[in-house]
Design a protein around this ligand. Structure first.
Ligand code: F0G
Length: 430
């Protein structure tokens, strides 16, 4: 076929026989000769200059540092910084999926997906500021302790800045995607026989002794960058604050950063009321939740255990800052079980959104808030997904492929012979 009248906006054409097919024709190859298809478009009705202007407007930013979802807010992050080390980062989406509403019990739950950052977690927002600062003060090397995401992010930004990086991670407790990234970006990686809390103690001692710039979230410049998760989501909502912002909590740097961002945004007139924060810990690593239940009268440290290795932290470093954040936002702190985290994760993954285990704690936390009557279904809530689904492929394969009996959401792969009959048998349910 060839279109003889006015051409439609787009159509498919065979690169072998020039047969033309409509845009919506479902055949994967040319229906005449079996050749490969190509999509063609009518020339746009706008002039080149008009087109370019339209693309620039939609993009919303010009190239350079300000294209970053962190440095866009530079006036409230680090106004004096000039030569920034930016990937760029941020500009992460606010997502919505009906199935997650149904599971959590909220009418319309928004998900701020920080797994869309360059190294796959929110840590990049803090790291761009931290490594920029390291360069400004003339640091010769940078270091951190990590459950995996901070180390991957530090390794990437240090590589960009040309600074040697030293990371300490707990041996055998880091998700495989994070360890692989850290190695590949070139950080000197030490596997410590101990847990994250041991790593943090050690790296603090080492950085003092060796004169290495410490880039854990106790570093305040990291937190300035992480504030932009909140600023960016408020901007995406047209500066109309939600009722709740829910986030997973481990070392409590992010909880502290969120509190600071909200208080400042209110003080500086960007928002007219302060949303409530809900910090969600894993039940096996919940010293902050326990302290909250006693109105923060006591501070606890525990030996942490959870499948969500990112938040497997027993003695959070930013404890005191996070207490301020919860108090100043009329916030709450919850603990959810590993079963709840895995169930939430299966729902988030099953919608095609996907996230790493620790991130799903926020969605599990939303369901808990609803069940306990603390959150109303018609309230506006944003849950933060902190890391990408591919951070922890080991857990995914254990859950879907290896666990016997299969958990409720398991999607077993099926090995078949290389023949059509085998596919037919599977599709027929045999
Ligand atoms: N979610 C993910 C995916 C994380 O990697 C972390 C922390 C958190 C949540 C909790 O944030 O510590 O500020 O309360 N990961 C750190 C790391 C500890 O080393 O990557 P927090």
């Amino acid at each position: 076929m060839r279109f003889r009248t006015e051409r439609p906006e787009s159509w498919q054409v065979c690169i072998d026989c020039a047969n033309e097919m409509t845009e919506l024709d479902p055949h994967p190859r040319c229906t005449v000769c079996g050749g490969l298809l190509e999509l063609q478009h009518r020339p746009p009705s706008l002039t080149p200059a008009e087109l370019m202007e339209r693309f620039t407007e939609r993009r919303g930013q010009r190239p350079g540092g300000l294209a970053s979802g962190v440095w866009r807010f530079r006036e409230v992050v680090l106004p004096s910084a000039t030569d920034v080390i930016s990937h760029p980062e941020g500009n992460t989406p606010l997502l919505h999926r009906d199935a997650i509403d149904r599971w959590s019990g909220v009418d319309r739950l928004l998900l701020k997906h920080e797994g869309h950052n360059p190294t796959g977690s929110f840590k990049d927002r803090g790291m761009t500021v931290g490594v920029t600062q390291a360069r400004r003060i003339g640091a010769t090397a940078v270091a951190c302790a990590s459950t995996g995401n901070t180390s991957a992010s530090l390794a990437a930004y240090a590589a960009q800045a040309g600074l040697p990086a030293l990371v300490l991670v707990p041996a055998d407790q880091v998700a495989i995607g994070k360890l692989a990234q850290t190695l590949a970006y070139g950080a000197r990686t030490l596997l410590v026989r101990g847990d994250f809390d041991d790593c943090l103690r050690l790296v603090e001692e080492a950085s003092e002794r060796l004169g290495v710039y410490l880039l854990n979230s106790i570093n305040p410049f990291r937190l300035e960058g992480q504030k932009t998760i909140v600023l960016e989501l408020l901007q995406q909502l047209g500066w109309q604050p939600p009722d709740w912002i829910v986030l997973p909590a481990g070392n409590l740097g992010n909880t502290a950063a969120f509190g600071k961002a909200l208080v400042e945004a209110y003080r500086w007139g960007l928002i007219s009321r302060v949303p409530r924060l809900a910090a969600v810990q894993a039940a096996g690593a919940a010293p902050f939740a326990r302290s909250f239940a006693e109105d923060f009268e006591n501070r606890y440290a525990v030996r942490a255990e959870t499948v969500a290795t990112a938040i497997r932290i027993g003695n959070p470093a930013s404890f005191d800052r996070a207490v301020h954040a919860i108090r100043e936002t009329d916030g709450v702190v919850l603990a959810v079980t590993d079963e709840e985290i895995l169930e939430a994760k299966a729902v988030v993954d099953g919608t095609g959104v996907g996230c790493e285990p620790a991130s799903a704690a926020s969605v599990a936390g939303v369901r808990d808030l609803i069940r306990r009557g603390l959150m109303e279904p018609d309230q506006h809530a944003v849950a933060v997904l902190t890391g990408h689904i591919l951070k922890d492929p080991g857990l995914l394969l254990r859950y879907h492929r290896d666990t016997d009996p299969p958990p409720p959401g398991a999607n077993r792969p099926i090995e078949i012979a290389a023949e059509l009959a085998a596919i037919e048998r599977v599709l027929a349910g045999g």
